[in-house]
Structure formats: structure tokens, C-alpha cells
Ligand binder design. Structure first.
Ligand code: UZR
Length: 243
């Protein structure tokens, strides 16, 4: 519908946006705790919904040449390693039913590369990452917060496997990085965010019962969310058309 100026009226566009308000699930936990697996299982079980999985890793700051020359001294497990303002603006945009351009971080070069990923609004966004509960503004956008709580030895074993077998790194560098940054980063920044979780999943990969319960809970919450969306759309229609 067009107003006399030929443009969509503000009321109508806000109604369109509002009707697409997205349900955001946050999945935090230590490195190699099984966050991706939990996201995969939730995605499979929430059939019939449009789901986008975003990783906080896409929002790593690209490294300058100076930082690259001493990359082994760089702390990727610190909140400042992420471009949180960019993450916030992407999430806010998607939450309101608008598109967002997600940066493309390359783990090999430690730089942001082209092209960025254009993401359309969807019913559900799952945002996973080691520090997705760190910033209160990001937490506030989440409808459900999950923390994958896996023992340190299991995380280390998985991390060694992933970094050596899958990423081709040498074991000495992996262990040095673990003791210098990954372990302290977990203790100082990641573990303290566990208290913000609605649900803590013990041992992510193998806990099907917990995941089934969570999916059921998310479906219930999404049902309530749809009812709220319906009434808020009705309210906008009432004020727009003076029903
Ligand atoms: P997950 N990381 C790298 O190893 N290289 C990079 O260029 C960027 C990040 C690591 C980072 C962190 N750590 O522990 C891990 N270090 O990626 C987070 N050291 O990813 O949650 O998938 O393990």
C-alpha cells in the first residue's frame, strides 16, 4: 500500500518489519565444547522454520600486518578480539526483519575477506560463539540462552584433534596457545557468562535428552512469541487503520 507521497507509509513498513521479528537463540561455551553440534541438532529438530546459524567467529577483527607478524602472541580468546559493534548492528537489523551483511573472517590469513554473506531475515537465528553472552546488549536480544558445559579435558582433546587433524597445525603450537590463551580466556571471560544461560547443557555432544527438552522448550517459547507477534501486529493495524 502506498501513501499519497508514493512511498510506503511509516506505519505500514513498521508493521511489515514487526511481523518478521526474529527469535534469537544464543549458544555459548568454551572452545571445542560441542556448540556447533548442538546448533546442528537444534536446526534439524526445528523443522518447518527458516533458521540461520551465525557464528561469532565471523566477527573477529582482521589483523593488521604488525599484529600478523606476532600472531602467536595475539589473544583470540579475549572479548576485544571481536567486532562486537558490528555483531550488534547485524543482529538488531535481522531481529527487526531487515537484511544484514555478515563479515567473512578467514582463519588462515586472519583477515576479513570478500564477499560478505548477505543474510535475509528468518524465523530463527542461532548465534553461537565462545563469548556471545559477554555483551549485555547482545544478551538482551536473545530469546533463549544455552551454555554448552563440557569438561576441560574433553574440550582440549577435541581442540587438539580439530587443530591438528582438521586444520593441519602442529601440536606444540596448539598446546602453547591452549595454556597461554584458551584456558585463561575460558576462566576469565567464558565461564563467568554461564550464569546468564537459561539452560546449561552438560557435555553437549552426547546429551540427546537435554537437547530434546531444549527443543521442546524452544518450540513452546516460539509459540508464545508468535502469539505476542500476532497481538503486536494487531495493535499496529489498529493504530494504522483506526480499527
Ligand atoms: P571455537 N581462533 C584461532 O585459532 N585463529 C583465529 O584466527 C581466530 C580464532 C580460535 C580462538 C578460539 N583461539 O579459542 C577459537 N585461540 O578459535 C574459538 N587461541 O572457536 O569456539 O570454534 O573453538
Amino acid at each position: 500500500m502506498e501513501s499519497s507521497s508514493g512511498k510506503n507509509s511509516p506505519e505500514i513498513s513498521s508493521m511489515e518489519n514487526n511481523s518478521k521479528q526474529t527469535f534469537i537463540i544464543g549458544v555459548a561455551g568454551g572452545s571445542a565444547s560441542g556448540k556447533t553440534t548442538v546448533c546442528d541438532i537444534i536446526t534439524q529438530q526445528l523443522q518447518g522454520q527458516q533458521i540461520i546459524v551465525l557464528s561469532q567467529e565471523s566477527f573477529y577483527h582482521g589483523l593488521s600486518e604488525q599484529k600478523l607478524s606476532r600472531v602467536h602472541q595475539y589473544n583470540f580468546d579475549h572479548p576485544d578480539a571481536f567486532n562486537t559493534e558490528r555483531l550488534l548492528s547485524c543482529l538488531r537489523s535481522l531481529k527487526c526483519g531487515n537484511e544484514a551483511n555478515i563479515p567473512n573472517y578467514d582463519f588462515k590469513t586472519h583477515k576479513n575477506v570478500s564477499p560478505e554473506r548477505k543474510v535475509s531475515p528468518s524465523d530463527v537465528i542461532i548465534l553461537e560463539g565462545i563469548l556471545v553472552f559477554h555483551d549485555p546488549r547482545i544478551r538482551e536480544l536473545m530469546n533463549v540462552k544455552l551454555f554448552v558445559d563440557t569438561d576441560a579435558d574433553v574440550r582440549l582433546a577435541h581442540r587438539i584433534y580439530r587443530d591438528t587433524v582438521e586444520k593441519g597445525r602442529d601440536i606444540t603450537t596448539v598446546l602453547e596457545q591452549y595454556s597461554k590463551f584458551v584456558k585463561p580466556g575460558y576462566q576469565d571471560f567464558i565461564a563467568p557468562t554461564k550464569k546468564y544461560a537459561d539452560i546449561i547443557i552438560p557435555w553437549g555432544r552426547n546429551n540427546q535428552v537435554a537437547i530434546d527438552l531444549i527443543v521442546q522448550h524452544i518450540k513452546t517459547k516460539m509459540g508464545q512469541h508468535d502469539i505476542c507477534k500476532f497481538y503486536s501486529n494487531l495493535y499496529v493495524m489498529q493504530s494504522t487503520f483506526q480499527i
